[in-house]
Write a protein that binds this ligand. Sequence first.
Ligand SMILES: O=C(CN1CCCCC1)Nc1ccc2c(c1)OCO2
Length: 326
Amino acid sequence: AQGSVTASPSQYDGEYDCPVTVGTPGVTLPLDFDTGSSDLWVFSSELPASERSGHAYYTSSSSSTSKLDSGETWDISYGDGSGAEGNIYIDKVTIGGITVTSQAVEAAESVSSEFVSDTSNDGLVGFAFDSINTASPNHVQTWFGNAEAQLASPVFTANLKKGKAGNYNFGYIDSSEYTGSITYATINSANGFWEFSASGYAVGSGAFSSQSIDVIADTGTTLIYLPAAIVKAYYAKVSGSSNSASAGGYIFPCSATLPSLTIGIGSYKAVVPGTFLNYAPNTGSTCFGGLQSNAGIGLSILGDVFLKSQFVVFNQGVPKIGFAPG
Ligand SMILES: O=C(CN1CCCCC1)Nc1ccc2c(c1)OCO2
């Protein structure tokens, strides 16, 4: 089997949400596909009504195929401080025409305010490695982990776009979605992430600095977070920029012309256009950068600002990750 699903950007490309059908009869929910985590969780009838407002949700008792995963709970916290927790049902989950008949569906009993107010999604699908799934006392498998048996190849691809719909494909690589050739990097999955070493960076037309940068590819994170020294070197080329405590990161005049950012993957030079690095308006005539320091995060993240400039192959078989111009 093979599948494909549309990925729709929220405002400012903050996240990319995809329709996922759960249970029988199916309820279709827009879920945030997140290669930085490994829980599939949904807003549910078990939430207080106040936390469900503005959201669609899963009601396990209305699904004839739902079965309580007795004794199992989940509780997740994300790097941005948001979180959710609840209990678990086994039910049918279909994405892009591919159905997993016995998927662990983590039903939310409580969600943090960030999720209540983010009405773009009604939960998440984690596409990282099973080792960081939060179900307890036993891990549950990701949807992709369960779907792999149906796929010709243990791959999914991300074809995210700036300001318009893109897609995720499962089980195949569509050569019409990229140009040139795909360059792969080996994945170190020891921390449960799609983690690899980038080979360096360049700012605009400047010299490429060859250095190993440990990064994760995370579709669930909006921005790019890199070591402070690299970020400082980037904004040194943006007149009027500053690292603003009140804004929570680097800002600059919205009229600024931003240089591109090149990230090396092996010998491949992945270029993020300067326009992608003006993320969104801040206050007044200042704008907030799509590249920010990783200080305090503990790792570097290639989030959507980077990923939407590329065609990305996530191969869980090896594991390896591939990039080509989108
Ligand atoms: O938390 C996330 C991603 N997370 C994915 C699930 C939805 C809520 C956002 N990313 C993230 C991770 C570390 C960070 C950060 C953001 O901001 C500063 O440090």
